[in-house]
Every structure is written in C-alpha cells, then in structure tokens.
Design a protein around this ligand. Sequence first.
Ligand code: ZN
Length: 403
Amino acid sequence: MDRNEGNSDVVKSTGGSNENETLLCDSPGDGKGKRLWKKVKYQLVEYHSLPAYLKDNEYILGHYRAEWPLKQVLLSVFTIHNETLNVWTHLIGFFLFLSLTIYTATKVPYVQNSVMKTADYQKLHAELMTCLPSLPHMPDMQRLREELKTSIDLLPSLSNWHIMELLSNCIPESLSHSNHTDICVLRSMKEDVANIIAPLLVRPITRWPFFAFLCGAMFCLLSSSTCHLLSCHSERLSYIMLRLDYAGIAALISTSFYPPVYYSFMCYPFFCNLYMGFITLLGIGTILASLLPVFQTPQYRNFRAGLFFGMGFSGAAPILHKLILFWHQPEALHTTGYEVLMGVFYGVGALVYAMRIPEKWSPGKFDIAGHSHQLFHVLVVAGAYTHYQAGLVYLRWRDVQGC
Ligand SMILES: [Zn+2]
C-alpha cells in the first residue's frame, strides 16, 4: 500500500484519546514542540496523496481528509474541508424534512367534506324519498329520530350534513298513518338508511404513502450526509457507506412514486397496485444489486447511472396516465407542474454532477465551496421539496373529492 507514503504529511495520533483535552495542562517538560505537533496533527492533504479509493474527482485539488481516526472524522463535521458543505447541505436537508414530517403529522389538517356536494345531497334526498315510503309503518317518530340520530352520530363526517332535518322533513309524510312499534322494523330501517348514505361517505384519506416518501427522503439525506462525513476514515467504512448512499438514493426514488401513484390511482386498484409493485420491486432490486462489490466498479458506472435514471424516468408513465384520466381537473395539472419542476431540479443536478461543473473549468478554485457535488446536493433537496409540495396538493385533492 502506498497509503502511508502518500499520507506522509498526515501526522498520526500518537496515543490516548484524551490528549486534546489535556493539551493545555501539559507539563513544561512536554514542551512547546509537542503542543504545536498536536495542533497540526490532522492536516488536510492534496488529491495526489490520497489512497486510490478516495480519489474521485481530480478537479478538486486539495483540502482532503484521509484516514483519520473515527473521533477526528466525526469532529470534522465542524471544521472546514472539501466535504464540509457536502455534509451540511444534506444534513440541513434532513432536518428540513424532519420538520416537514412533524408539521405534516401535526398541522396539515384532514380536509373533510365540510360542505356536502349539491349533487350528493340531491342524490341522498332522492334515495331517501324513494326508500322511506316502502319501509314498514312506524308510529313512534320521536324514538325513531333518536335511534337514527345515535346511529348517524357514530359517523362523524355526517354530523354537519343536516341528515336529521332531511329525515324529519320526509318521514312524517311517509309514516303518518302508522300505529304500531316494532324493534325489528326499527333496526331494518336504520340499516336501510345506513345503506343509502354509506356510498356518499368520504372517509379520511390515508396518509401512509406521503409519510413513506418523507421517510425515504430523510433516509436518503441522512445516509448521504453520513457517507460524506465518514467515508474518508478507511476503505472498509467507505465501502459500507457507499452502499448506504446507494440504498438511500433507491429509497428516495421508490418512495417518491408512492404519493403520486397512490393518490392518482386510488380509485383504480389495478393500476395502483401495478405501479406501486413495479417501483417497489425495482427499488429493492437496486438496493440488492448495489450490495454486490462489482456494482461500484468503474465499468459499472454507466449501468449504475442508467439504473437510477431508469427508475426516475419510469415515473413519467404514471404521470402521463394521470393526465389522461384527470386532464379536466386542475389538481392533475397543478401536481404535474410540480413534477416537471422536480424533474428539472433532479435533471440539472445529475447533469452538473456528471459534468463536474464548475470545478472542471477551474480546478482547485471550488474545493471548499461551489463544486458540482454541492450544487447537486442542493438541487436534490430542492427537487424533494418540490415533490413535498406536490404531495400536499394530492392530499387536499383526495380529501375533498375522494375517488
Ligand atoms: Zn453526495
């Protein structure tokens, strides 16, 4: 290994982990030399002196950490080197998405059908009118109303719909001639009314696809941030961290499909299951493939890029399908607008990343700030945030309209 030779300017730790803490308490015998020695202990090195597994971008010339002990690597999150902004762009992104998850769980309301649509109201009225006269006669109107009210009160979203007023209006006419009470009749009448109103009930729309996406985004951002912080420690840790990074990317892409696919096709279970199953299997397959050592080799760079690109691009199919099904609904266009914007962010990010702009134009100038990987990170967070906004539109759309 030419590693030690290469790192000749990196001074290795010489002893216990408390040395830094005891630095100021050294006895005079230890001398100024030792103090100075410790201050320069973990110097940053240049590209040409890196071990092969850390050589990734020859346009970033300096400010590398190489094979530091884990403690120093962890502490380097607060120091300046060429990975500082790579770590922080995604760490801040992680905290942004953590906040969005908490905000979504606690503050984003379920938009209930506070106003029943006129068409539904008329339908309910018509069905009650045709059904009620056929029901057996019932003399005890007060009791009937109370029974119905208790059963209807169990359905919270109906409480605002003035069902009781509607029933009060139509029942006396239908049942004015009745003169006996029968508990079985009462039960059957409740069932009939429940059967009429059940299809009109809009239940709260499930949030799990949206939270799955938020978890995927948090996992991706945190694993990427950790990967950038720790990879320089050793070849073995770098290997593990890269896999974690790939798994994070696959998780973000897969879970990004969940809200658009689920909320677009929740009324078309076949397509919903088809798209969800497809992307989940593709995501799991990518994570498994990334565990193979060969996946990371330069020969597989195109395969790797193609796989992630293919995963992302296959999102075009359900989006086009959604537009065909719901082209006349503003929410379909609104969400598609966000999805196109997200595609632009990810696309420009991938392009900048692949072309290594701008450091290629001026090697060494962007080592600390402004190199392609940092721009790529910011664009990924922007793309994921755009997707979050689209997710909110989907939630409101389905909350209000149901299927
Ligand atoms: Zn990265």
